[in-house]
Design a protein around this ligand. Structure first.
Ligand SMILES: *[C@@H]1O[C@H](CO)[C@@H](O)[C@H](O)[C@H]1NC(C)=O
Length: 289
């Protein structure tokens, strides 16, 4: 018994050490371990025998998607994506969490495609109890269709942080104390590619050019660090026995704070500063800057 505890303690220390710098996925687990295809089966292709990498594609007949087999009540979710190259205007690629309930919770990475030579936009959003309208958009400091990059969502009871590689690009703090909704329902991890040309590019004015189909996104990194919940109950998912709930993950560290300041220049839309939508910024805006 005491021997087991020491071993567990050592493993835990290794994990914590690793994640103080948020290192990338320790190993490539098989897709089947944590995920299953949800739609567009004939638009999904595994790229190697170990099922550690796959592509999903969109053409005029269908898009495709996949999702985690269980829901989670907290965690540090990451996925590596390589987006459709060249002209992908109107094409939306996603990696997100969704509760699947009527008054739903949702945390989104949405990549909005663009014409050849024009940059892809990364949009993030946060829904709590069915209330969203918290869009933030940015142009990344690299071309996300050229290589794999990792996109991560930290979700604990204190904060939600969106990361691009190791850089925090957005924070959503728990402001329940001042009446702001905070995602707390169990959520499924999801990914998809679909036609969003009624809104995604230039506000819907720039359409998909189907002569460039199929549009293909690559995914890898199917390991999940999460508090899994088969029964959808999230009690216990805030426990500090999960490393992502520990105090050091309640706020950004000094290095992350500096990165977060530095990437502000890449943000080209923030609902918090959209005076036409919100003459008075929503209450959470002050603490998430
Ligand atoms: C769609 O792509 C084709 C092939 O590159 C091009 O000839 C055509 O002009 C494009 N259509 C639009 C509306 O951009």
């Amino acid at each position: 018994m005491s021997c087991d505890l020491i071993i567990i303690g050592t493993l835990l220390t290794a994990f914590i050490a690793c994640h103080s710098v948020i290192c990338s996925a320790a190993k490539d687990v098989s897709f089947d371990e944590n995920y299953a295809v949800t739609y567009g089966y004939d638009h999904v292709k595994f790229l190697n025998q170990g099922k550690s990498e796959l592509q999903i594609s969109l053409d005029q007949s269908s898009g495709a998607g996949f999702g985690s087999k269980v829901k989670y009540g907290s965690g540090f979710f990451e996925m590596s994506l390589k987006l459709p190259p060249h002209d992908s205007a109107g094409v939306v690629t996603t990696f997100y969490l969704h509760s699947g309930t009527a008054a739903h919770d949702e945390l989104d990475f949405e990549f909005l495609g663009n014409r050849e030579g024009k940059p892809i936009t990364l949009q993030t959003n946060v829904f709590s109890n069915g209330v969203g309208n918290r869009e933030q958009r940015m142009i990344l400091w690299f071309d996300p269709s050229a290589d794999y990059h990792s996109y991560k969502i930290l979700w604990n009871h204190h904060q939600i942080v969106f990361f691009v590689d190791h850089i925090p690009i957005r924070i959503y703090k728990n402001n329940e104390a001042i009446g702001v909704g905070y995602p707390s329902q169990s959520m499924q991890v999801l990914a998809s590619i679909w036609n969003g040309d009624d809104w995604a590019t230039d506000g819907g004015k720039t359409k998909v050019n189907w002569s460039h189909a199929p549009f293909t996104t690559h995914y890898k990194g199917f390991n999940v660090y999460g508090c899994g919940s088969i029964t959808n109950h999230v009690e216990g998912c805030s426990s500090t026995k999960y490393w992502w709930n520990q105090k050091k993950f309640w706020e950004l560290n000094k290095v992350q704070e500096k990165h977060y300041k530095d990437i502000k220049k890449h943000i080209n839309y923030n609902y918090c500063s959209d005076k036409s939508r919100y003459p008075v910024p929503p209450p959470e805006c002050a603490t998430n800057e």
